[in-house]
Design a protein around this ligand. Sequence first.
Ligand code: FES
Length: 133
Amino acid sequence: MASGSVDENTLNAVLWRLIGPVTELSKKQCRLVYSALGHNSDVCLFFIQGEFFAMDARCAHAGGPLCEGDIEEADGVLQVFCPWHDYDFNIRTGKSQTGLQQEVYEVKVEEGGVYVKHASPLSLQPFPPTPKS
Ligand code: FES
């Protein structure tokens, strides 16, 4: 008998995941979106200059919280700066001038909803901890 609350097939597939309504998600420049796979798979959802972007929430350097980083535009390039060691990441590509690569995800807006293409269910609320067997 299944012990988790998340269907295994849904958990492993790369699917469009509905995050929420555009009207709500466009109110903040950046917010944390929780992954059913846990802390290391959480996503930052950015809304900048009328566009949504999604990126892994934990910095590729040492796991810093990119959702708390400063966002700047220089020469037309949108960047987020990790609050821990100030590494830059291009919000569109995930590339850093340090050579590190942050995972980015496709985002679409459809019928008033924001979707992120991701390998796990995503939610604005934390998922309950999985029961230990
Ligand atoms: S943890 Fe992000 S720059 Fe070090």
